[in-house]
Design a protein around this ligand. Structure first.
Ligand SMILES: [Zn+2]
Length: 160
């Protein structure tokens, strides 16, 4: 996909984009509607996993970035295991997260971080979230930079 799918397929003007995220049975999903104000052309898109970068950036522009923090008292081995399991992280990715586990670990859209929080808490791991850019420097890794490219595909075989 290239940037030109953010331009109207009929008249070439920029689409007005709105993107939403949701989850169903633990699977993260996104949906977007693209509307051209010049000619009323409309498109609906959706998918599993993280939205494509061009669409995800419109969420970040509107809602900002949140960061996930695993609480100091939490079982760090279990926390890493859960993150690896749900995000299908490589061993290298897990190692780099482990170095920074006591602090803001992962960054994403507000919905993505709430979704991760829900998963961690359902496994008994205490974690919290905050807006990025609060006190102190953030070494949180963007979710999009750490999940494998075929992350979403790995979910599909088990869905209905
Ligand atoms: Zn148009």
């Amino acid at each position: 996909m290239s940037n030109d799918w953010l331009s109207c397929s009929r008249c070439g003007k920029s689409y007005e984009v709105s993107v939403g995220q949701s989850s169903k049975r633990g699977i993260l999903r996104w949906s977007a509607s693209l509307v051209c104000r010049s000619c009323d052309e409309q498109q609906e898109l959706d998918g599993v996993g993280l939205p494509p970068p061009e669409l995800r950036s419109t969420i970040v522009a509107r809602e900002g970035v949140r960061v996930l923090t695993v609480e100091p008292g939490a079982d760090t081995i279990s926390a890493l295991r859960v993150l690896q399991e749900i995000l299908y992280l490589s061993d290298d990715a897990v190692t780099s997260l482990a170095r920074n586990l006591h602090g803001a670990v992962l960054a994403g859209t507000p919905y993505e971080i709430e979704w991760l929080l829900g998963v961690l808490r359902s496994r008994g791991i205490s974690a919290s979230s905050a807006a990025e850019g609060g006190s102190g420097e953030s070494r949180a890794v963007d979710l999009a930079a750490i999940v494998p490219e075929d992350w979403a595909d790995k979910w599909m075989p088990s869905s209905d």
